[in-house]
Design a protein around this ligand. Structure first.
Ligand code: SF4
Length: 61
């Protein structure tokens, strides 16, 4: 099972991941939180990695 992880030290809260996948990401205190991973195996996780401008997202699994 794929699971995205956010490096909070790198995240600048741009919201790109939230716009791309609001089922999985949510902005809290200007950082992206992973709120749900149930749908992560059904979409293209590699694309969200390239969307993050500071390479803060890693996909585990
Ligand atoms: S795309 Fe990257 S920098 Fe922007 S909110 Fe998501 S994790 Fe943070």
């Amino acid at each position: 099972m794929s699971e995205p992880v956010v490096d909070y030290g790198l995240c600048i809260g741009c919201g790109a991941c939230v716009d791309f996948c609001p089922e999985v990401f949510e902005l809290r205190d200007e950082k992206a939180w992973v709120i749900e991973t149930a749908t992560c195996d059904s979409c293209d996780c590699e694309e969200i990695i390239t969307l993050c401008p500071v390479d803060a997202i890693e996909i585990l699994g």
